[in-house]
Design a protein. Structure first.
Length: 309
């Protein structure tokens, strides 16, 4: 039921995702200090060529909680600096005895090629603008934990959709459980290649916002923009969550964000404070981070320890 590599949400069937969620709930219900044995004796290499806090630390904690050892490959200190190719690095890690690799890289399409070169699992921690499968899994798990019915759920994904691997993972994960997606953002971030037939599209956030059951704010990925477009203040005026927009709503949606939040762009501090004070059950951002550990424990357990070789 589980793939050799986890590079895309498309690698997982609905029953496989459901089993991941069940296992994540099991780990979440357990003793926080308990070390399990699912990865006992296994050496897991984590190598991130792009910055990360949540994904990297939660994968590290997940490996440790499952009794495995983390080998931290720092791309700025490995033999790539001496001309070693990424393919060679990969085969070297396998020859050294790594049991699985968890990679993040900026180049979309890379992991599909790398995964064919080795016989150990390759798990994506985020690949360019392509996919971030464990983020989508932990988001869906978080919604299910809130007992939100996903079938017919209106999810408005707003912002920098063009550059978002999180959004692209949700294009499969949310509809797989019956949720409906509306994409809202500036024209430059809603390009034709995103024209999935079953989604709604709008350049007008204020038109989409009132119908949202879940508002999924995307980080403006300024590091991937060739020009700083749109300007932060212009973006915030048209697409930022603020007190005025919240006050206009008859019904407050669940608010999610993969992090890190650019305060003053995707959401302003006033809106965050109002939500946390008045509607604390509706802000899921902290729960998303917490659930990252349990969902990644489940993914590693099911993909690595239960792997038939
Ligand atoms: N959501 C996410 O990928 O965050 P990090 O970049 O901090 O890992």
């Amino acid at each position: 039921m589980f793939p050799d590599n986890l590079l895309s949400i498309e690698d997982l069937s609905v029953p496989a995702m459901e089993e991941i969620f069940q296992r994540a709930a099991f780990y979440k219900a357990g003793d926080r200090g308990k070390i399990y044995s699912a990865l006992k004796g296994k050496n897991i290499v984590i190598a991130f060529w792009e910055p990360s806090t949540r994904t990297r630390v939660s994968f590290e904690l997940a490996v440790r909680r499952l009794g495995g050892s983390v080998l931290d490959l720092r791309p700025d200190h490995n033999s790539e600096k001496k001309g070693e190719s990424l393919e060679d690095t990969l085969k070297t890690l396998e020859a050294l005895g790594a049991d699985a690799l968890i990679f993040r890289h900026g180049q979309p399409g890379l992991f599909g090629k790398l995964g064919q070169l080795i016989d150990i699992p390759l798990i994506s921690g985020g690949e360019g603008c392509y996919q971030h499968p464990t983020q989508a899994l932990l988001d869906v798990f978080t919604l299910m934990e809130e007992e939100v019915a996903l079938s017919g759920l209106e999810v408005v994904i707003v912002g920098d959709i063009l550059h978002s691997r999180v959004a692209r993972s949700h294009f499969y994960a949310l509809p797989a459980f019956g949720a409906r997606i509306t994409l809202a953002g500036p024209p430059a971030f809603l390009s034709a290649e995103l024209a999935y037939p079953n989604f709604d599209y709008t350049y007008c956030f204020d038109e989409a916002l009132p119908r949202s059951d879940v508002l999924y704010l995307l980080r403006m990925q300024r590091e991937r923009h060739r020009h700083l477009f749109p300007a932060a203040s212009a973006y915030a005026a048209l697409y930022g969550l603020n007190i005025k927009r919240l006050a206009s709503l008859k019904r407050i949606p669940f608010v999610m964000h993969p992090g890190p939040v650019n305060l003053g762009m995707e959401m302003d501090l006033g809106a965050l404070h109002l939500l946390e004070k008045t509607y604390p059950d509706k802000v899921l951002i902290h729960k998303q981070i917490q659930n990252g550990v349990y969902v990644r424990m489940a993914v590693l357990d099911l993909l690595i320890s239960e792997r038939v070789v």
